[in-house]
Design a protein around this ligand. Sequence first.
Ligand SMILES: C[S@@+](CC[C@H](N)C(=O)[O-])C[C@H]1O[C@@H](n2cnc3c(N)ncnc32)[C@H](O)[C@@H]1O
Length: 366
Amino acid sequence: MHPKNLHELVTFVPNKAEPVHNWLYYKEGFSRGVVEWAVKEFSLEGPVCDPFCGVGTTLLACKQLSLESIGFDVSPMAVLASEVKTRNYSLGEIEKTLKEFHKMHPREIGKFQNKKIRRLFHAGQLDDIYFFYRKVQEIEDAKIRNFFLLALIDTTGRVANVVKIGGSLRKQRKPHFPVKKLFLGKVKKMLLDLEALKMSETEPKVFEADARMAKLKENSVGSVITSPPYLNKIEYTKVYKMELGLFFQEQETKLRAYIADEATGHAGETKMPVIAKAYFDDMHRVLKNMFHYLVPGGKAIIVVGGGCFPYETVESDDILLEEAEKIGFKKIDKIVARNVQCMRNRTIKVGTVRESVLVLEKPTEN
Ligand SMILES: C[S@@+](CC[C@H](N)C(=O)[O-])C[C@H]1O[C@@H](n2cnc3c(N)ncnc32)[C@H](O)[C@@H]1O
């Protein structure tokens, strides 16, 4: 049985109302409910691995369910968010640091030179962000430093005159929000969440690593719950280029797609776009890794979306199921969560694609 609102649970929207899960909005994420449902419905055991952990939904939900977990992501911002949301803290230390920050008065200590980024803010906002960024860097305790950094990253996204739409950033003028007030208010809210939420002490392991390469020990993982980048959103990391450029010194070249990053144009011999072929080759490697580290009898729950291209659609769920079966997985189920319309130039309907939950099992004997 799957929940009636599975179509919502495969999105980040329900997480917006969930303490801790909502510390950083991540439009590519799914929600806590999908993890809770999968764990119960398929009697999943830990440790749970999420090789595309994003901002840590699987890891945090597992912590709430007292299950051990491991996560990988190639984005340093996602890894930071996953860590900050799943650490155990001394709340008194955070409060003490917050008091010190309240006494600070932003003054210019240096300007961000990048004119493109500067243009995204009202006068003075970027200087305040930079001031607090420098102060955050001075916090000695790494856990508390990262906690404040996540609050600052969230604040930056809120005050900047841009919105994240589809796979790109669009300019949108917002009111002139005071950075200090928003930033310290965010830290306070995060603190209140920690006080209110009861969680196990288990701290997941989180690595900045590529799911195509990241090898864990054979038969070492109880289950997998994950959602790889969707085929039609391969360039979506562009959406975070402002945050990555400001706080992680990421060059734009490194922000390109991580899955299927070398493919462009159209394949001659087949109708499927080259990028889709490269995507499935990469996903084959990811599935092979999963098969290696899952215990026999272990299940993999994978949320996938189909690909929308200007002249065709590609149903990823069936292709991935085929790949998984070639590797040796047994198909347990394919649950369609929703159908999404694909449009060209926002007006011409190309077709529909499915967003599905695949349930695979590594057989107990080969
Ligand atoms: C669909 S999102 C998963 C979001 C996650 N379920 C959550 O709730 O936050 C896919 C994630 O895969 C990451 N990613 C892309 N290519 C990767 C790769 N080769 N290895 C590991 N992570 C990758 C992206 O940075 C993104 O965070």
